[in-house]
Design a protein around this ligand. Sequence first.
Ligand code: SF4
Ligand code: SF4
Length: 436
Amino acid sequence: MKVMAQVAMVMNLDKCIGCHTCSVTCKQTWTNRPGVEYVWFNNVETRPGQGYPRRYEDQRRWRGGWELDAKGRLRPKAGGRLRRMLGIFANPLMPSIQDYYEPWTYDYETLTTAPLSEHSPVAAPRSLITGEPTSVRWGANWDDSLGGDPSPDPVLAEVSEQVRLSFEQAFMFFLPRICEHCLNPSCVASCPSGALYKRSEDGIVLVDQDRCRGWRMCVTGCPYKKVYFNHKTGKAEKCTFCFPRVEVGLPTVCSETCVGRLRYLGVLLYDADRVAAAAAAPREQDLYRAQLSLFLDPSDAQVAAAARESGIPEAWLEAARRSPIRDLIVRWRLALPLHPEYRTMPMVWYIPPLSPVVDAVAGSGHDGEDGGNLFGAIEALRIPVSYLAGLFTAGDPEPVRLALRRLAALRSHMRAVNLGEEPDPSIAADCGLSAA
Ligand code: SF4
Ligand code: SF4
């Protein structure tokens, strides 16, 4: 057994208010430079919505670009060596600048120095790429308007139409995204120059700027579209998991500045020998459990011995033991991976939002959050379980139901505690909290 350590993040979506503070502080730290104006290593999407770059989840768009190799890793499809040598010319399956958005600025000079006149000064947005006035048609958080521009995608357009037609059943939540620092990173497998690599000590995926030749196979190969091209330097760039901060014991910038305090950081141990087999699980719906099965218990003496043999330092073992991440992901099964069906074994996990129960359906007479009523009413939650399952478990509703039931139990328990009432032990038992 080859034991590896991985830094990972869990985000509690109920707490995200969509303020974009994380995106802005990340941008100020990492991509506030020429050539990457359009780049958001951290972005916050409104759901339902098209995401950033738009329609990145529509893998049919990118399917021609890559396939699974024998080891379960994603590689650029067909064409082999010649295709890789041709690089960008044979690699058209990338988002365009319009899919990200054309970055713009305002003519602040006009705004601040215009002479006093009858009308307010007007400053048309100006493209940062061409310098010309531009009409802004799309941006990284365009879906914030929920139902503004009709989507060009028929499926999303239908969702948008449904939102308009049935406002009472409308739902939305925010999904912050960074690079997943995958256990089976397709960006690494896609790079013909060997510039992308996964650090052995902590699993952070980085781009070696000296080796990058700008082929952009990584952009095509990443199903989450979290590698970006710097148009000034001609090199790929991506989220670094703030490694210079993590190395000295500081949290990532997005975690530290998150106003909702919803990002949990920690260390997980996993069995590297089994990653390829897990990523190649025949059924997409099995991938969440296949990934779960890779994680090891650092308190287990055998695991600790194997970890030491694999070169894991004692400090990392201790960090893995104390990590809240393992409990959230493995013990309580509250956190779920984003799109496990992409087979890259993503390492940013999400606690799904426990939206309010629609009272009429729950029939509780209150807000439907009192004990037993809620447990029977998971299907009456405002955000459909099927929608969450499509995001987090390749369509399998059971892990989503379990996480939501446990969140409901916790909410009910804490409400009783805060009101000075006796907590109902059957709530914990009903939800399997005591057994987990
Ligand atoms: Fe690579 Fe994309 Fe996974 Fe990040 S999310 S490690 S860029 S494949
Ligand atoms: Fe959400 Fe926190 Fe980012 Fe605000 S800073 S958008 S609460 S993740």
